[in-house]
Design a protein around this ligand. Structure first.
Ligand code: HEM
Length: 437
């Protein structure tokens, strides 16, 4: 068994890696995979040293490792629980994690999401109607807003469109001016020196979102005995844990804020990337339009998976921290190592996806690719809680845009850039509405 230091690393200096990483992160990982193979290590300033795996077998070994060997819960360098609140599912591990997931997932699965499709369509239609005609605008912000409102609608079942918009606006401000602030991730500047200091501003946004969301949660808890009270929040409040306790209001709030954090940007970004590819590939768009006109959605689903494959918004799907020495691909990783499934590289394997650089929904159309081989939503105990809901929002959102607007790309080069925690197209993907349909 070889040691961590023997794992292949990309040639060149730390500086050259960092420059390539910043210039086009996805390309960097794809190139390193071609240079180094199925397992490699790379150090990036600000991210640290990671071990990446890029084959289905090694990915399976990572996601199926016992939790006492690889943990997937609170990974210190990633945690935003000091702003989102402590105790959300994604911060837990082991039996309590599975128990909590059992309470959350039934409110977000396909069956629970389906009744919201008309709401999702209305949200998208209203936003699209506000897009300017003939003037370039960044699509990513618009699609993130649609995703955010859709998620708030599900989490606060029964809220009116105005209430949904108010909560979504409060969360958006917190996300832009709080979570995305450099102060959120640099403990050295987390000193509140008043309302004009960076951390003071973050804390102000955090107080506002906590206040707005706590109020809504309280309203729902006050009506919990009414038979019509259902949805995620009453469901979590009624849950009886194996140790006989119930979830506190603080944990319910943390769960809601964490679900929005985990879900809305990724869902909005994925729709943006997919629309960008559709605009750059007119025959694919034409086939999709035709299918939608005929009332089908199998091709739409394949288009979405192809968007998630060709343009992943996240660098890795499953991040794990080694707790006890772990062997993968012939190397032994010591405790403390961070290991991840590198989705940008896995997605570009030509043995899985022939002609991988093309945007070709036929990679997925009529095919069943098991999550154990490739999954943009991860796999194993920490697999994405919001997968079904995300698919439903993306299907409805994309179909509505395609039906309602003729868009045109308004920038020449499209490449991924890191914006806070995820990857967006540079300039936010500038498009113009040519015609309303
Ligand atoms: C296109 C959209 C989305 C993508 C690509 C995505 C992807 C992922 C991935 C890769 C993971 C990590 C899986 C692992 O570690 O094995 C994850 C976890 C998670 N996602 Fe998503 N996600 C999306 C949307 C959503 C939405 C809409 C929600 C909530 C409403 C959500 C909630 C979560 C949560 C709570 C976790 C942590 C699960 C756990 O630790 O057990 N995600 N997601």
């Amino acid at each position: 068994m070889k040691s961590l230091s023997e794992i292949p690393r990309p040639a060149g200096s730390l500086l050259s890696h960092s420059l390539r990483f910043v210039r086009n992160t996805m390309q960097f990982y794809e190139d390193v995979y071609h240079e180094c193979g199925d397992v490699f290590a790379a150090r990036i300033p600000g991210l640290g040293e990671w071990v990446y795996v890029c084959s289905p077998d090694l990915a399976r070994a990572v996601v199926s490792a016992p939790l006492e060997i690889l943990s997937g819960g609170e990974i210190e360098s990633f945690s935003l629980s000091h702003l989102l609140g402590k105790g959300a599912t994604s911060h837990l591990d082991g039996p309590v994690h599975q128990e909590r997931k059992g309470f959350v997932c039934p409110h977000l699965n396909a069956q629970a999401s389906l009744p919201f499709v008309d709401d999702f369509r209305r949200i998208a239609e209203r936003r699209i109607a506000e897009w300017p005609l003939g003037q370039p605008f960044p699509l990513v912000l618009e699609l993130q807003k649609i995703a955010l409102e859709a998620l708030v609608t599900v989490l606060f079942k029964g809220a009116s469109p105005d209430e949904v918009r108010q909560l979504a606006d409060a969360y958006e401000t917190f996300s832009f001016k709080g979570l995305r602030s450099p102060a959120s991730v640099h403990p050295s500047i987390q000193v509140d020196l008043g309302p004009w200091s960076p951390w003071g501003r973050v804390k102000k946004r955090q107080r506002a979102v906590v206040e707005a969301f706590s109020r809504e949660i309280e309203t729902r808890l006050a009506a919990i005995d009414k038979p019509e009270a259902d949805g995620l929040i009453p469901g979590l409040a009624r849950a009886r844990l194996k140790d006989g306790t119930q979830l506190s209001r603080e944990v319910i709030l943390a769960e809601v804020l964490d679900l929005l954090f985990q879900g809305h940007e990724l869902t909005g970004n994925a729709m943006t990337w997919t629309l960008g590819e559709l605009l750059a590939n007119p025959p694919v768009l034409a086939r999709l339009r035709q299918e939608l006109a005929e009332g089908g959605e199998r091709y739409l689903e394949a288009v979405i998976y192809e968007g998630l494959r060709r343009r992943p918004s996240n660098l890795f799907t499953s991040v794990r921290q080694v707790k006890q020495p772990f062997s993968v691909g012939g190397y032994e990783l010591p405790a403390g190592t961070l290991v991840a499934v590198c989705i940008p590289a896995l997605s570009m394997r030509d043995d899985l996806f022939p002609n991988p650089r093309s945007f070709d929904p036929d990679h997925f159309y009529g095919k069943e690719i098991p999550a154990a081989v490739w999954s943009p939503f991860g796999d194993g105990p920490h697999a994405c809680t919001g997968r079904d809901l995300a698919m439903m929002v993306m299907k409805t959102g994309l179909a509505t845009v395609v039906r309602r607007a003729e868009l045109k790309l308004a920038q020449d080069e499209v490449r991924p850039v890191r914006v806070a925690y995820y990857y967006e197209p540079n300039k936010g993907l500038l498009v113009t509405v040519e015609k309303r349909l």
